[in-house]
Every structure is written in C-alpha cells, then in structure tokens.
Design a protein around this ligand. Structure first.
Ligand code: ADP
Length: 545
C-alpha cells in the first residue's frame, strides 16, 4: 500500500522560493569585484534569479545544457546560480585559479554552452575563447563596460540582460533526479573529473548541513562562506542558507585576512567557513588589528586537516567554537562534522579536546566504513584505533563521474575516498592521511597529518608539510618542509627537539627544510605532489654528499 501524502519533487528552485516567501527582507551583503559593497536581500536575489532565468531562455538554452560560471562569491553569482539550476540547466562552477589549459579542458569536457564571468577574469576568457567551440554566449557578470565590450565584441552584460526581463516566471517542475550542477575535482591528486549533482542530492544535502550537529544553521545566523562557490558549491552553504533563511556575507575577490576581519566586524558575521590556510591569514590579521571577532560564534574548517593549535587560538583568543568537517567534491561535500555528544560532557576538558580533533561523525544520510584496501569490501574494525581505507555511501555521494559509463563505487556500492582513517563506534572519524601522502617507513605507516599538526603547534612555524622522502634502508622517511614566522631564528635542531616526547622516536622526521612558502592548489590546499618532486631525493643526496 502506498502512503497517501503529497509528492513534491525536491528541486533547488523550492529553496529560493522559500527564501523569497518567508525571508524576503533578510540581508545579503556582497563585495563586488571593484571592492564596493552591495546590500541586497533574499527577496531581490530571488526576483533577479527569475529575471536571469528568463534571459537564459531568451538565449535559446534548453534543459540539461551546461552553463559555466567563473566568478567570486557575490550577489550576481548567487542570482545566476539559482536561475541556472532553477530552470533545469546545469550550473558548472569553474575554479578561476586553474591554468588556461585546464579551464579549456574542463569547458570542453563539460560541453558548456555559456560562460558567465566576473570582470577580473577577462584575461582568462581571452586566453581560452578560441579553443572552446561549444560555448555560444559569454556573459559578463556586471553592468555594461565599454572596455570589456571592445575586447569581446559579442559579450552580453548581466545587468543589461536582467533589465530586459520582468521576473514574471513560475519555476518549472521536473524530475528531482535531473542534474542541477557540475563541479570538477580540484585535481590536487590527479586530472580533474566532473561530479554531477542532482536536485534531489542537493536538497537533501542542504537539510543535512543545516542540522544542529552539522553547521547548526538558522535564520538568526549571518554566514560568510569564504570557501568559494567554485569549491564544491561553497560546501553547499548558499543552498542551505536560502532554505533556512540565513543572512549571507559574500566576500568577493579579497580573501586576505584584513578584508575578512573587516567584513566580520562590520556585518556581525556569526559563522564563517573556509580551508585552514584562510583561517591562518585571518587569525594573524585579527590579532594585528586588535579585533576580538566579537560576533563570530563558530567557524567551520575543512578541506584539509585543522591543526589543533588553530582550534585552541580560536577558542582562547576569540571565544569562537571551531567545527572541524570533512568532505570531498564527490560527497557534495559534507561527510562528517565534529560536534560532541551528551555523554562527552562528563569527560575532562583535555579528553573532549582530543575528540574534537577528529574530522567528526556522519549526519543521517551518509554512512562510513573502513576496509583493508582500496576497492576492497573486507572491513576493518571500527574501534577508534585500527587504520583502514575510508569508504562512504549515501544520498549525496557520487555514483559515477560525469560522462563516464562505469560506476565509481565498489562491488557493493560504496565510494573509496582515497583517505586513510580510524573510525570509532560513535562514528567519529579521524583522517591519518590521503593514501597518496602516507609515509611508509620500514613497512610502518606514519601520518603526515600528525607530523604537520605538531609542527604547526610551534609558535614560530606558520605552515608545515610532511612528505615521504626516499630512503635506502627504510624505503621512505618523513621530511618536514616548514615556513617560519617573520624574524624567527628557529633552527632544524630546534624543530626536531620539539618533536621529542610528542610522538614515537621512529616517527620523528629525518630532516626539516625551511622554505619561504609552500605551493598551494587553487582551493588553498598544500600541493604535496610538487613538494615531493622537489624534495623526495633529499635523503639520498645527503648520503652521497
Ligand atoms: P582535491 O581532491 O582536489 O583536494 P576535494 O576538495 O574534493 O579536492 O578534496 C577532498 C579531500 O580533501 C579529502 O579526500 C581529504 O583528503 C581532504 N580533506 C577534506 N577535509 C579534510 C579534513 N577536515 N581533514 C583532512 N583532510 C581533509
């Protein structure tokens, strides 16, 4: 017997419709590419999304076609997002920090029909425009600009396109399983691959990230996604914000610490999200500017492991609770978030702090397991100690990559994450490493994340990456590549000494190499592959010298 309740497809348009109906006057603050600030509302964003949807139809686009965006987090980008997915087109967000050849590859792979771009990315568009034959329209996300027109004669301007429309549109209803957006993996460990989300997966993910044990989003929050909209859809936050009626502060192109501190203080941001490198700059700037980040109640750190020292500073200096979260492009991205359970309140402060270091536990809707090897179905104990290959399944987890016919999952339907982790009975997951970054010394594994966490706890080290260097006896040994804070006279011996008693002796790095900076990917992650290319022979060379 079937249930007898109404059926409504889970569509992205229903979230912006909700925001328009019940949160129309909630503020959306946006920093533009020229650094001016626009203050708008969910009501206006929703109205303009409808106008832009009309404009896209007028350009002759039809359901399922891909519309790319190369843009910062700003209000026009947000409107365009809802317009594209809302009409059944696929919103393909592209990382502008990629090389032109990579952008060309991605646009051609996705067969994008349109590229919508922020003014600042004109040089990138010029570099690829002759090599992307599927693209029929270029839309500059701004008011008419004669300079841009001179360089791209056929360009459309967003403001002009929406001015020609009245917004009298009903969002179409269609199958909730249709594609809504497309993100390419950022390629930290390989060639980019497309992940095609559906309306259903996106709406369910939005519910999940808003839950109290995830981001705890509400209509009382002012949220600043520093994580870009091209990095797994800003971790899904602009969708969940509309569903919940959260106010947004969109930081535009200026992601330096000082600009972010100014936005937090001026617009009373209660919750902000970003990768650890962003937070490092922000902490330093806040301290220098004498800001207490008074409004900031919590910050969500993900994308790479959050060093314990960072959590401590946020708590002690800024009275801000750090929520550590883990996910991937393939997982929409939320896989886990770290919130304690009631039983943990009996624990000592120190024991609680230890649990908070883990990447967290899965919300309802996803499940995790550990296996003996990649693609294996043989499970490893979930006892909080045993290390295994992390696999995931759930409503918002990829089944196959864009344009591929073969499944990306194991024989029994789980996705291999490429991460190595422990998992306990409560579901708390702790990442040891990416399988490609693990250091295998004489058959034993050493966690590069743990070595980095310890190093970053040293007050004179600002960033550190632990990599595997080739060793004649042990196959691989850890080498630490570190950046000192300004004016530090720290030596290699000091750092090696700092590791004593914090970790087993055989896990202490063989060398510490100081550098000016560590190469970062377009999403702000340390490019360990490049570091390995540079330094993997350092221990063999040393032997020869
Ligand atoms: P890329 O694979 O190019 O880095 P993703 O953004 O999809 O692109 O990265 C997902 C990976 O990032 C995860 O598999 C994991 O290795 C790493 N990661 C994400 N969040 C965390 C975290 N909180 N701690 C440690 N690693 C993380």
């Amino acid at each position: 017997m079937l249930g007898q309740m109404m059926f409504q497809p889970l569509l992205i348009s229903s979230m912006i419709e909700h925001a328009e109906r019940y949160h129309a006057d909630t503020a959306i603050i946006s920093k533009n590419t020229d650094t001016s600030i626009t203050q708008t509302t969910w009501g206006e964003v929703a109205h303009n999304a409808k106008r832009f949807a009309q404009a896209l139809s007028a350009l002759g686009l039809t359901q399922g076609q891909r519309v790319a965006t190369i843009a910062w987090n700003n209000h026009r980008h947000l409107e365009a997002w809802y317009a594209i997915s809302g009409t059944g087109l696929v919103c393909h967000t592209i990382n502008p920090r990629l090389f032109p050849e990579q952008v060309e590859f991605i646009v051609n792979d996705a067969e994008d029909q349109v590229i919508i771009f922020d003014k600042t990315f004109l040089p990138l568009i010029k570099a690829v425009e002759d090599k992307i034959p599927t693209v029929r329209h270029l839309i500059c996300l701004d008011a008419v600009d004669a300079n841009i027109q001179a360089q791209l004669p056929h360009v459309h301007f967003y403001d002009q396109l929406i001015e020609a429309q009245n917004g009298a549109l009903e969002w179409p209803h269609f199958d909730e399983n249709l594609a809504s957006s497309l993100c390419y993996t950022s390629g930290t460990t390989g060639y980019p691959k497309g992940v095609l989300y559906s309306h259903r997966s996106t709406v369910l993910h939005s519910y999940a990230i808003a839950l109290p044990d995830s981001m705890n989003l509400s209509a009382r929050d002012v949220m600043m996604p520093v994580v870009p909209m091209f990095h797994v859809n800003a971790w899904g936050t602009p969708y969940a914000a509309a569903a919940v009626g959260t106010s947004l502060v969109l930081p535009g192109p200026q992601l330096d610490g000082k600009s972010l501190v100014e936005l937090i203080d001026q617009f009373k941001v209660t919750l902000a999200l970003g990768v650890p490198t962003i937070w490092q700059g922000l902490m330093a700037a806040a301290t220098e500017m004498g800001s207490q980040l008074e409004s900031l109640q919590r910050n969500i750190v993900g994308g790479s492991a959050c060093p314990p020292s960072m959590m401590q500073i946020f708590k002690e200096r800024f009275n801000c609770e750090t929520i550590h979260a883990w996910g991937m492009t393939e997982t929409s991205p939320l896989g886990t978030a770290n919130q304690l359970k009631a039983k943990h309140h009996q624990l000592s402060e120190e024991e609680r702090a230890k649990i908070r270091l883990a990447q967290g536990r899965p919300p309802f809707g996803v499940s995790l397991r550990l296996t003996e090897a990649e693609q294996s179905t043989q499970s490893v104990a979930h006892d909080g100690n045993s290390i295994g290959h992390l696999q995931i399944k759930g409503h918002w987890i990829i089944e196959r990559y864009f344009a591929k016919t073969e499944s990306a999952t194991t024989a029994d339907g789980w996705l291999d994450t490429g991460d190595i982790a422990t998992l306990d009975q409560d579901g708390f997951m702790r990442i040891s490493d990416r399988s490609k970054d693990l250091i295998k010394s004489g058959g034993e594994w050493i966690s590069s994340v743990e070595l980095e966490n310890i190093a970053m706890g040293h007050p004179e080290i600002s960033t550190a990456a632990a990599i595997a260097a080739i060793h004649p006896k042990w196959d691989e040994r850890p080498v630490l590549i570190a950046v000192k804070v300004a004016d530090s006279s720290l030596t290699e011996a000091d750092v090696l000494d700092y590791y004593q008693d914090k970790i087993a002796k055989w896990q202490i790095p063989d060398r510490v190499i100081f550098v000016q900076s560590i190469p970062l990917s377009g999403t702000g992650k340390m490019l360990k592959r490049e570091l390995r290319n540079m330094y993997e022979n350092v221990l063999i060379q040393q032997k020869k010298d």
